[in-house]
Design a protein around this ligand. Structure first.
Ligand SMILES: NC(=O)c1ccc[n+]([C@@H]2O[C@H](COP(=O)([O-])OP(=O)(O)OC[C@H]3O[C@@H](n4cnc5c(N)ncnc54)[C@H](OP(=O)(O)O)[C@@H]3O)[C@@H](O)[C@H]2O)c1
Length: 242
């Protein structure tokens, strides 16, 4: 088992974030899990503690910069340090641009881009002061290719990739930076799609989905490497996905 780390996971109430929290706590790390659906976080905490894991959960809306900052500061105040922040929270209400679901474009930008930036802004000063830290961004294969109905979603994930790579280039080597880009994974991500055309297209597209623990294993691998090894990027998708 690796040394125990203090790890924040955003968007831990379902899907990939929940699997990441379960895997990292099973590996002996302490996870501070955030999301808006507190009751789902409480259920996760009960499961984790039932198997001897160490976790605390707090309500978090990543679109609220002050809330993200307070979340990170409280973690450092409680534990004396923060080792890793997994910026995972995301939404994917897909639609064609001509559907003009402009409010949903804004939501994707707010959560997937601003939420990531808020996490970076909150953790970076602590990592610099500590002379250590690890940023993990959950992007997407949507950071590497664009498909119809996903223009804005992919734009937010291209942005997440670019921000994270820029961060990696800028920071001191004592701070590690990892981008993880999943392919199709079982989760609740498609549940926010209100556009019927996009929802129908997703039925076939998501048929080959792999379990979220496949992504959690990749993140655990990156975190578990020694301090001088930075796993910059992982693309993890179903073997059947093209
Ligand atoms: N599943 C896939 O196929 C796939 C593929 C590529 C990339 N991804 C990425 O993986 C990440 C996790 O998604 P998922 O697939 O696990 O979907 P999911 O099951 O819908 O999980 C999304 C998580 O984000 C949280 N979230 C959404 N808005 C938030 C906000 N404003 N503040 C805080 N938390 C928020 C949700 O919690 P609350 O609603 O409780 O706040 C939930 O825990 C996302 O960034 C997604 O883009 C997923």
């Amino acid at each position: 088992m690796s040394d125990s780390k203090i790890i924040i996971v955003t968007g831990a109430s379902s899907g990939i974030g929940e699997a990441v929290a379960e895997r990292l706590t099973a590996e002996g790390h302490h996870v501070v899990a955030g999301a808006r659906r507190t009751e789902r976080l409480e259920a996760l905490a009960e499961r984790v503690r039932g198997t001897g894991g160490s976790i605390e959960v707090r309500t978090l809306d990543v679109t609220d910069r002050a809330a993200v900052s307070a979340f990170v500061d409280a973690t450092v105040a409680t534990h004396g340090r923060l080792d890793v922040i997994v910026n995972n929270a995301g939404v994917m209400p897909l639609s064609r641009l001509d559907a003009l679901l402009v409010d949903q474009w804004d939501t994707m930008i707010d959560v997937n881009v601003r939420g990531l930036l808020h996490g970076i802004a909150a953790a970076l000063p602590h990592f610099q002061r500590q002379g250590a830290g690890h940023f993990v961004t959950v992007a997407s294969i949507g950071a590497h290719e664009v498909v119809p109905t996903a223009a804005v979603y992919c734009a937010t994930k291209y942005a997440a990739w670019a921000i994270t790579e820029g961060l990696r280039l800028e920071v001191d080597p004592s701070i590690r930076v990892t981008t993880v880009s999943p392919g199709v994974v079982e989760s609740e991500l498609a549940d926010t799609i209100t556009d019927s055309t996009a929802a129908a297209a997703m039925q076939d597209y998501r048929a080959a989905a792999i379990p979220p623990d496949a992504i959690a294993r990749g993140i655990a691998y990156a975190i578990g490497e020694p301090a001088e090894v930075d796993v910059n990027e992982l693309i993890i998708r179903p073997a059947r996905q093209r």
